[in-house]
Design a protein around this ligand. Structure first.
Ligand code: PRX
Length: 654
């Protein structure tokens, strides 16, 4: 872990408490907040059992709460049965059938409003179509879709019948898609002819076909939603149009009542090996975390319009688009396209048009839009916004203040939410009516979440601002259950230290004198590029798969917009280009990595060298590579290097 020197930490003194009006009207007020924390401290399991009974509709009520007999494979509410779509849709039909569930806006400006009744009809029809194609409870279905309501309908349709979905972000390549299909042993892919993003068509069906050509033996059928209506080939016997699949299907579909622990979905995320892991979530525990945090952290009320800009390909798009807000009976906005089409005012125009009241996005988007200038947000009426959120990486104070002043007009609390694909829902975040924000801090752990910062031995660090490992000390309902098909990897990754007692998040953090958490970065070889996780090994494996590349090492360096960008050091099979720079080859390798993984993984800079800095035992000294990528002085001892001279080459000095 990096040396977290207290002297090098910038202490943020500014505090932003909520306005009295916000505090008085919040879902969770100060007294509720204190009562929730006390309840969780007094009787942890009782607290979670009460929440699960209050927040979820059960078909068979549970009698068991936490089963830790096979830790760290925890079970929650295991003898209860429920259905997630019943909780997200059916239970609202009595009093909210006509309420808008989804407001959709395409990049080209087409809009649709879908009521809870319509959503129910479409989800049920689609669920029946899945059944007609032979999909059963427990089968895996991969969803590779543009950001349209159909992506949510596909997810909910799977959940209706107990099928386990695995959404693959539409920006991932055919190769990434194939790996995920095969790892999950999926029986079906749900995709579209294409999506529209940045004024271009994203060729989702073509990528799906390419993935299949590479070998996906478990796939029996492909459902294709018609979005762009451009010409695409359909393979007879395998491919079926969405509209044909649902044609004639009933709008009634009895939900599959699944056990609490039934897997709701897998979502692949990067770790410190070359192979992404399938994070497996449960049904009841996951849904509980989703609904609770939508109410507590996002203060979601009946008349709100909640726009979380995340794609359903990421966990944020699961918990704060496809499941949580619907479970809470809310109205969500789904926008298909890029934030800068036709110009950098698009997000703010959408806020004005649809009267968005809660807006949740990533620091990278905030920084990018900030850079475009205030005239874009200032052109639109943003008075509907009452709460702002951020997620994915630490937000720099400058971007925080801009968000607060220019978007929130100094009226709106900002919730900086720390969580992960693995935690399923927000873990450390302010309850906006209670906890004062500090720019750059995700503030305090939520009631029932026992987060802490500990040292190597697992002791709590009590000294203010001293860095350590971020851990969660007690199991919680929304946490991952395992890595799909690889229990050992689950144990090794998340429970390797502290006698396997604490969940190891993989982040370093510190707590300030008020007990506020400040995330300092990853402790593993995971990069955070524009709020998206990427393993350095994944990018390295992609690079060395190129015929011209012998060896590669990848590190992150700070980037103004992306937060972190990728610097790759490449040893070629042939001659090293003079000065270590070769524009043409750089572009070729960037395109190659884009094909192997997806555009987000393209290295920003590539330097070619004859070798990499290695110790005598052959270990690459990444610390030095990071220094060089960041333009820092190399102050550490390099005498253990086998090939000290290589440093000059890597620095572009030879
Ligand atoms: O390093 C933390 C960072 O993003 C990681 C989780 O990435 P992922 O699973 O892709 O989920 C992103 C969306 C939940 C964390 O380990 N991270 C996430 N939120 C924050 C953050 N870092 C600082 N502040 C945050 N609010």
């Amino acid at each position: 872990m990096s040396d977290n020197n207290i002297d090098s930490v910038l202490i943020e003194e500014r505090q932003f408490p909520p306005s009295k009006e916000f505090a008085d009207n919040a879902v969770i007020k100060k007294a509720d907040f204190d009562a929730l924390h006390k309840a969780a401290e007094d009787d942890y399991e009782g607290f979670w059992a009460d929440q699960a009974r209050d927040m979820l509709d059960w078909h068979t009520p549970f009698t068991e709460v936490l089963d830790d007999s096979n830790a760290p494979h925890f079970k929650w509410f295991a003898d209860g049965k429920l259905n997630v779509t019943h909780n997200c849709i059916d239970r609202h039909l009595a009093d909210k059938a006509d309420k808008t569930a989804i407001i959709f806006e395409g990049e080209n400006g087409d809009t649709r409003h879908i009521s809870y009744q319509q959503l129910s009809n479409e989800v049920n029809q689609f669920a029946n179509a899945l059944k007609a194609k032979g999909i059963k409870s427990g089968d895996r279905v991969v969803i590779y879709m543009p950001m349209t309501p159909e992506a949510v309908i596909a997810m909910q349709g799977c959940a209706r019948i107990g099928a386990i979905h695995s959404v693959v972000f539409g920006g991932f390549s055919a190769d990434s898609l194939r790996d995920r299909i095969n790892d999950a042993g999926a029986k079906m892919v749900i995709t579209a002819d294409g999506g529209t993003r940045g004024g271009k068509i994203v060729e989702l069906k073509a990528a799906t076909d390419k993935a299949m050509d590479g070998g996906c033996p478990s796939i029996e059928s492909v459902i294709v939603f018609q979005r762009t209506k451009h010409d695409i080939p359909m393979q007879s016997g395998r491919d079926i149009w969405w509209h044909d699949a649902v044609d004639g299907q009933s709008t009634d579909c009895e939900p599959e009542w699944v056990g609490s622990e039934h897997p709701l979905f897998l979502l692949y995320t990067s770790g410190s090996t070359g192979q992404p892991k399938g994070i497996q979530h449960s049904s009841a525990g996951y849904l509980l975390g989703s609904i609770l945090t939508n109410k507590w952290v996002f203060d979601l009320k009946d008349n709100d319009v909640f726009w979380c800009t995340a794609d359903v390909g990421w966990i944020t798009g699961h918990t704060y688009v496809a499941y949580g807000p619907l479970a809470a009976g809310g109205t969500i906005v789904i926008y298909e396209g890029a934030p800068t089409i036709p110009d950098a005012g698009r997000f703010w125009k959408i806020v004005e048009t649809h009267k968005v009241s809660i807006f949740y996005t990533a620091p990278t988007a905030i920084r990018a839009l900030m850079k475009q200038g205030d005239e874009f947000p200032n052109k639109y009426d943003l008075s509907s916004i009452r709460l702002l959120g951020t997620v994915g990486e630490p937000i720099n104070p400058e971007a925080w203040i801009w968000y607060h002043e220019v978007i929130g007009k100094e009226r709106c609390p900002i919730v900086d939410t720390w969580w992960q694909t693995e935690t399923g829902a927000n873990m450390i975040a302010p309850l906006p009516g209670v906890v004062a924000a500090k720019p750059g801090s995700c503030t305090l752990a939520l009631p029932g979440i026992d987060a802490d910062v500990v040292d190597e031995e697992g002791n709590s660090i009590t000294q203010a601002n001293k860095g350590g490992f971020l851990v969660i000390k007690k199991p919680f309902p929304s946490q991952l259950r395992t890595v799909w098909g690889d229990d050992q990897r689950y144990i090794d990754t998340y429970w390797p230290k502290f006698g396997g007692k604490y969940y190891l998040a993989g982040d370093s953090a510190r707590k300030d004198a008020d007990g506020y958490f400040w995330i300092m970065g990853r402790i593993d070889d995971v990069l955070n590029v524009s709020g998206h996780r990427l393993g350095t090994m994944e990018v390295e494996s992609a690079l060395v798969a190129h015929k011209g590349v012998a060896e590669a090492a990848v590190v992150g360096y700070p980037h103004e917009i992306k937060g972190e960008a990728i610097f790759a050091y490449v040893v070629l099979r042939g001659e090293r280009p003079d000065s270590g720079i070769d524009e043409e080859l750089t572009q070729e390798l960037r395109a190659w990595v884009g094909e192997q993984i997806g555009a987000i993984a393209k290295p920003d800079q590539i330097r070619f060298s004859d070798n990499l800095p290695k110790t005598r035992s052959g270990k690459i000294m990444r610390r030095l590579l990071r220094n060089i990528a960041r333009g820092e002085e190399i102050t550490s001892d390099t005498s253990t290097l086998e090939n000290e001279d290589i440093l000059l080459q890597l620095q572009g000095k030879a």
